[in-house]
Every structure is written in C-alpha cells, then in structure tokens.
Write a protein that binds this ligand. Structure first.
Ligand SMILES: [Zn+2]
Ligand SMILES: [Zn+2]
Length: 251
C-alpha cells in the first residue's frame, strides 16, 4: 500500500502546496482521494494520468477538493485510447446532483466516452472491493463532509480526515491506523471553527493510537515548525508534514 501526496494545501496555494489530493495505490488499484485544482497536473509528475485511476473519492464539495474533477473527466472523455479503464466516482450525499449540474455546465464534454463511469453517493458506510475496503464517516466541517478509512486485506490502514474540526468520528476513522492524514489548517493560536489545530490533531491521534500522523491542508499563515511542536505535546508517535510528490509505503 502506497500513499503519494498530490496536494497538501488549501484554496490559497503556495509554490509548495496546492489544493487537496492524495493517491493511494493498493496492488494494481489506484484510488484518488479528493480532486482539488492542480491534481491532474500533479499526477503527471508521478507519471500518471486520469486513465490510470480506478476510483475517485470526493470527501466534500468545497472547490479546493473538487476543482479538478471536471478537468479529470474532460481529459478522460477526450483521450483516444482502446480499452479505457472503468472509473468509480464516489461522493457524499448530494454528490449526484452536483455531478449532474457539472454535466449541464460542461454540455456533455465530461460524460463517459468509451468507458463505464459508476457514480455513487456514499453515506455512513463501508464499501468492499476485492483487495480493500473504504469506510466513510461524517466529520465536522460542512453538512456533508466525510472522512475516509482505507484498509487492505492484510490490515494495512490509511485514514484521511478530509476537512474537519475535532470530532469523535475522526478518532474512529483513525483508530490504530498505520498512517492518519489529518488536516491541520492553522496553529493553535489561529483556530478557525471547522478546521483542526495541531493540539487537536495530537489529542485525536493519541486517543486513536495512530502509528503515524501526516499533517496536511496547511494554510500559508501556519508555521509548520509550530504545527509539529504543538502536535507533539499530545501525540508521541511519528509526526510528519505532508509534502507533495512524496510517496510513503505502508507495510
Ligand atoms: Zn472544506
Ligand atoms: Zn479544504
């Protein structure tokens, strides 16, 4: 199981951080978590294209997590290729309406061409695939924001908070995970409702007994050294900052 960070920032990009995106690879399967703007180009930097992706998961409908969804589907629509890979597109409640409106806006240019597109709304549930499962739990951000837990058949686990404030479901998602990718938007002294501070991440990771934590969704005003030091007051496992185009192997 591998994790590659494609976007570790927010709507306010910096040269180092763009909008949210994470690539999970389990065997031959490739899962894209969130599709913030820039993700399509970031994929190219790890020699991948939308055509290599099997499943796209959108955690919530904010633009910094969905901005490249239409470009990804436009690219897949237009590429000339035999035997295009089928694609599953999983989104929170309301996603089907969102997606149908995107289709109206883009006048058919993102509809599946020569492949099967399976658009599905998840809820508080788990979806089982051949080699792994994906569990979705609502988190505290917008009305329909979810965190995700991906577990392979050998028990290797990656949890991803999506955008959230501190909540019990986040701890459930991260329970004994090998890597928990948790949003840490601001320093403790910059707290904004609906997002996490490093002390909160540390408390959640400690309670969840995570093996490793990656702080992500970092706003430019947050000092990463302060994020690390505040988080380490409450959590004594390995803490890292999500760095784009870095790949981590789990197990
Ligand atoms: Zn958001
Ligand atoms: Zn966001």
């Amino acid at each position: 199981m591998q994790l590659t960070v494609l976007g570790s920032g927010t709507f306010q990009p910096t040269p180092e951080r763009g909008c949210s995106g994470y690539l999970i690879e389990i065997g031959e399967k490739k899962i894209l978590l969130d599709t913030g703007s820039g993700v399509l180009r970031q994929l190219s930097k790890v020699n991948l294209f939308v055509e290599n992706i099997d499943i796209i998961v959108v955690t919530h409908l904010h633009i910094d997590h969905t901005g490249d969804l239409a470009p990804l589907l436009f690219a897949k629509h237009n590429i000339v290729k035999n035997n295009k890979r089928d694609l599953s597109l999983l989104g929170p409640p309301g996603f089907k309406k969102f997606f149908s409106l995107l289709n109206v806006v883009y006048k058919g240019s993102i509809k599946p061409e020569d492949y099967v597109l399976n658009v599905q709304e998840y809820n508080e549930n788990s979806l089982n695939f051949k080699d792994f499962s994906i569990t979705f739990l609502p988190v505290m951000h917008t009305e329909d924001s979810y965190g995700v837990r991906i577990e392979d058949n050998d028990g290797r686990t990656i949890a991803y908070s999506g955008d959230t404030d501190y909540c019990d479901n986040l701890i459930t998602l991260c329970r004994k995970s090998d890597v928990a990718v948790i949003e840490c938007s601001f320093q403790d002294d910059q707290k904004l409702s609906g997002h996490m501070t490093p002390s909160e991440v540390g408390k959640a990771a400690h309670l969840a007994e995570c093996k490793r934590v990656l702080l992500t969704h970092i706003y430019p005003i947050a000092d990463v050294k302060k994020l690390l030091s505040s988080c380490s007051l409450y959590y004594h496992g390995t803490i890292g900052i999500a760095e784009e185009l870095k790949t981590m192997t789990i197990g």
